[in-house]
Design a protein around this ligand. Sequence first.
Ligand code: AMP
Ligand code: MG
Length: 324
Amino acid sequence: MSRASTGAVLWLLLAGATPTHGAVLERTGYVMGTMLSVVIDSPDSALAARALDTAFALTSRLDCLLSNYRPDSELSRIGREAPAPVSLSPLTLDFLSRTLSWCDRSAGALDPTVGTLVHAWGFDSEHPARPEANVLDSASRLCGYRKVRLDTTAQTASMPCGFNLDPGATGKGYALAVVDRALLGMGVTRWNADFGGQLFCRGTDSLLIPVRHPRSDTTALAWLTFALGSVSTSGDYERYFDEGGKRYAHILDPRTKSPVQGRASVTVYAPDAFDADALSTALFVLGPQAAGRLLEQAGAGALFAEWNGETLELIIVGAWPSAR
Ligand code: AMP
Ligand code: MG
């Protein structure tokens, strides 16, 4: 997200969090490779301070467990120690089981084993480029979420040698959902966050939330409002290269093994932050026609920005909380 729009989002979050009955505490830090800002609104300032500590401790813990940039994370070890089963902590197990559930429901449009393909296209580097056909071919044989074996009784996961798990599509949403559960358990009912552009709000009503415009840093694509839930955007403007008049961006269609074409962004609102993150990536792959059934399962709505190379066409599907 650009500086200008991040500033706008934060300002709106803070404005929306004007305390109705107590103290508002805010903290911003770098975690999971991006910026996390958390605002807690509580009548008890000691509780608010503990809640901030909890939010940052949990997200840092999840970074250690799930990061594919850390060779010692539990997720990386499933690849490194393949095909042997790796013992997992309850959080990693839960993350994988929720992710694999959306893989099934999206008929494989969401697939964290695209890690090998992401690497072949160079989207995990500074210089993404079209891979040679033989490189793409070899990489595509090392993908397929159905080959990931999760044993919830033994609390282990395993997969074939050469497979790679990429948490990029669901990690931030999972972290926001885990933090929400923990804060609710502590009695915090009013808080919000901006996690690298994915927003979460609980109990802060009359918040106006801008949807990032995929082709402009100065205007919003749309405005939303809701008192509980999360907004996640998947877009073609973050990691990409342009070639032959086409844009090749970081979200891959597991069926074609290549970047999705014809779509600039998909923004999903869902009551649950994990669902919002999983769905924005899955629907970026699937498109608006297949979206209704999936969105309904999560009480969610989506705004698609379809791109033909010159103009954007906006399509709304499902329970989209438009600000009127
Ligand atoms: P997001 O911005 O949440 O849509 O996540 C995009 C990131 O997820 C990419 O940068 C890749 O690391 C990874 N990814 C790309 N394509 C897929 C896919 N089809 N399923 C799951 N993860 C993907
Ligand atoms: Mg996502």
